[in-house]
Ligand binder design. Structure first.
Ligand code: 5RP
Ligand code: CO
Length: 227
């Protein structure tokens, strides 16, 4: 299959109803989500705690599209196999989470899943220059990781442009995560991003009983780009 450079929306289930993940995942996919973004936090690398491998395994049967697992944990290497076995289609690790990002990306690829490398807002793009050949995706964080609902950090737009230049003609996705809304999505899409994570902007105002709101929220993001 040829590389898909079209805009993809990846709702973060960090903003879903935690008592109802199966229905929430089905609702966002029925309403047009392209990927499902799962935020794994350890209370150490980031000041919040979320999903261990058993939780991710429980999400798996509900995900019909693509399960994108964002690991905000340190150390990361001891847990790669468990998250791959839990059913991740892509595992993204932070370059800041350990001294050996090259080894980490090799370990992800060795599990037969796609590998993403994430950059915190304060990390320069040069930190990933020498691992581009191992990456299927670069994640540009536009908030400091740990929580949903934060304000978009605008330096991420120029950073996205620089990542785009660094990628050249390689088949590597650029994902933006944090504060994506109909106001900020066109800025990063224009700079070269193709995967937009959105938590609060997708889930706000909706529920599994009123899922059309999720669809309308995703449409507002897509329309802001095509417009
Ligand atoms: O990785 C994350 C936080 O660390 C989340 O994916 C991100 O914050 C999404 O939430 P929102 O769209 O509400 O900013
Ligand atoms: Co995330």
């Amino acid at each position: 299959m040829s590389f898909d450079r079209s805009i993809k929306i990846a709702p973060s289930i960090l903003s879903a109803d935690f008592a109802n993940f199966g229905q929430e995942i089905r609702a966002i996919e029925d309403q047009g989500a392209d990927w499902v973004h799962v935020d794994v936090m350890d209370g150490h690398f980031v000041p919040n705690l979320t999903f261990g491998p058993p939780a991710v395994k429980a999400f798996r049967p509900h995900v019909k599209t693509f399960m994108d697992v964002h690991l905000m944990i340190a150390p990361v290497d001891p847990y790669i196999e468990a998250y791959a076995e839990a059913g991740a289609d892509m595992i993204t690790a932070h370059v800041e989470a350990g001294p050996h990002i090259h080894r980490t990306l090799q370990a992800i690829k060795a599990q037969g899943v796609k590998a993403g490398v994430a950059l915190n807002p304060g990390t320069p793009v040069e930190a990933i220059e020498h691992v581009m050949d191992l990456a299927d995706m670069v994640l540009v964080m536009t908030v400091n990781p740990g929580f949903g609902g934060q304000k978009f950090i605008h330096s991420g737009v120029e950073k996205t442009r620089r990542v785009r230049e660094m990628i050249g003609d390689r088949e590597i996705h650029i994902q933006i995560d944090g504060g994506v809304t109909p106001e900020t999505a066109p800025l990063v899409a224009e700079a070269g991003a193709d995967v937009l994570v959105a938590g609060s902007a997708v889930f706000k105002g909706g529920s599994v009983d009123n899922p059309e709101v999720y669809g309308a929220n995703m449409k507002a993001i897509r329309d802001s780009i095509s417009g």
